[in-house]
Design a protein around this ligand. Structure first.
Ligand code: ZN
Ligand code: ZN
Length: 372
C-alpha cells in the first residue's frame, strides 16, 4: 500500500499519548472535512482512506499496542491488515462510523431517540380568542421505576452480551475490489444494548419502559387557528436507556361558534332587523367572543349591507394586531298583513314615493361607515 509507511498519529494530528476520546474526536473532525458532501478536493477520498486506516488501527487497543511497539511491520505480523477500506461506497463508511447513515449525527447506534406522540384537543372559538391552558391526556412510554430502565428484575443484573462483548455492535468483514471493508452493525443477540437480561423486570417485562397516563399542560396562544399544531419538546416517549425522549405534537381543533364564523383574523356574523327598524335606525346586540356588542345601525341601513366593527375580530397570532367584526345586515319583511296594516302600508308607500329609496347620501354614508 502506498500509505503503509505514513505515521498514523501524524495522519490524525494527535500525539502518541492521545486518549481514545482525542483520537475519536480527531478522526471525526477530519472525516467531516473530507466528506464528499463537504469537500470537493480531488484527493479527499484518498486522504479519507488514509485517515480511516489510521483510525482503524489506533481505535483498537490491540492493534494500537502492536503499532506502538513494532510499527507497520508489527501489525502485519499480528494479523492486522488495515487500510482496506472500500471507497466504492463512502456513504456506507460514514454510516459505519457515524451511525444511522446520517452524516454529522451525534447519535450512536444504541441511543435511539424516543418516539414522537400525537394528540388532539378541541377548544371553543372563545378559548382561541383568549388563549387557554389545557391539560392533554397522553399515554407515553416512560422509564420503568422498578428497574430504572435497566430491564432486569431488582436483585438481578444484566450480564454482558457474549456476542459483542458489551459493545452493542458487531463487525462484518467483507471483501471488495479495493480490499477488505469492515462494517459495524447492531448486535443481533442483544439488539445493540450490549447486555443480556436473564431475569426480566416483572413490571415492564424486561422492556425498561412502561406506558403511563400523563397529563401534559399546554399553553394555547390567543389567535390560534383550527388545524395548527403545538410541539412540546421532550414530552413524547422515553428513549432507550439514557437517550433523548421524543416530542409531543398537539393538534388544535377550534370548534364552530353558534353565531360567529372566522375568516382569517376577521369574524363574521349576521344580524336581522325589521323593515321598520332598518328604515328608522336601531341599536342591536351583535355577538363577539367577549360578549355582546351594541351596534348602532343608522336609519336607512340596507339589506345585505356589511357593517365593519374595527378591532373586534380575532387577535393575530404573536402580534398585537386584531381582526375586525363584519356584521351582515338582513332586513325582515312582514310575511302577512291584516286589513288595517295593509291600508297603513299602502298609504305610507304612496307618501314615500321613489325619492325615499334614492341612494345618493346613503351610499356615501355606507362608505363612511366602513371606515369609521
Ligand atoms: Zn422494569
Ligand atoms: Zn450483543
Amino acid at each position: 500500500m502506498a500509505t503503509a509507511e505514513r505515521d498514523y498519529y501524524e495522519l490524525l494530528g494527535v500525539d502518541r499519548g492521545a486518549g481514545d476520546t482525542d483520537i475519536k474526536r480527531a478522526f471525526r473532525k477530519l472525516a467531516r472535512e473530507l466528506h464528499p458532501d463537504v469537500s470537493d478536493a480531488p484527493d479527499a477520498a484518498d486522504r479519507f482512506k488514509e485517515v480511516a486506516e489510521a483510525y482503524e488501527v489506533l481505535s483498537n487497543p490491540e492493534s494500537r499496542e502492536l503499532y506502538d511497539r513494532y510499527g507497520h511491520a508489527g501489525l502485519q505480523r499480528g494479523g492486522f491488515s488495515p487500510g482496506h477500506v472500500d471507497l466504492g461506497n463512502l456513504s456506507d463508511i460514514f454510516s459505519a462510523f457515524f451511525g444511522d447513515g446520517h452524516f454529522g449525527s451525534r447519535q450512536g447506534g444504541r441511543s435511539a431517540r424516543g418516539g414522537d406522540i400525537a394528540a388532539q384537543v378541541e377548544i371553543s372559538l372563545v378559548d382561541a380568542y383568549n388563549g387557554v391552558k389545557v391539560e392533554v391526556p397522553l399515554r407515553v412510554a416512560a422509564e420503568c421505576d422498578r428497574c430504572s430502565g435497566n430491564r432486569a428484575e431488582p436483585g438481578t443484573s444484566p450480564t454482558t452480551c457474549p456476542t459483542c462483548a458489551g459493545n452493542g455492535v458487531t463487525q462484518q468483514v467483507s471483501q471488495s475490489v479495493f480490499g477488505q471493508f469492515v462494517r459495524q452493525s447492531a448486535c443481533r443477540q442483544c439488539g445493540g444494548a450490549g447486555r443480556i437480561v436473564e431475569t426480566p423486570c416483572e413490571q415492564c417485562d424486561g422492556d425498561g419502559r412502561v406506558v403511563e397516563e400523563h397529563a401534559l399542560d399546554v399553553d394555547i396562544p390567543a389567535g390560534i387557528h383550527d388545524g395548527q399544531q403545538i410541539r412540546a419538546q421532550g414530552e413524547g416517549h422515553a428513549g432507550a436507556a439514557g437517550s433523548r425522549p421524543g416530542d409531543a405534537y398537539v393538534h388544535i381543533r377550534v370548534l364552530a361558534h353558534e353565531r360567529l364564523v372566522r375568516d382569517g383574523d376577521h369574524l363574521v356574523t349576521a344580524a336581522q332587523v325589521t323593515m321598520t327598524d332598518a328604515a328608522l335606525g336601531v341599536t342591536i346586540s351583535v355577538p363577539t367572543p367577549e360578549g355582546d356588542y351594541e351596534l348602532e345601525l343608522p336609519a336607512g341601513v340596507q339589506p345585505g349591507e356589511v357593517r365593519v366593527v374595527r378591532g373586534r375580530g380575532m387577535p393575530a397570532l404573536q402580534s398585537s394586531r386584531r381582526g375586525d367584526l363584519h356584521v351582515h345586515v338582513e332586513v325582515g319583511v312582514p310575511r302577512k298583513l291584516d286589513a288595517e296594516q295593509r291600508t297603513l302600508l299602502t298609504s305610507l308607500g304612496e307618501k314615500l314615493g321613489d325619492d325615499a329609496y334614492r341612494r345618493d347620501d346613503s351610499f356615501f354614508e355606507r362608505l363612511k361607515s366602513a371606515f369609521r
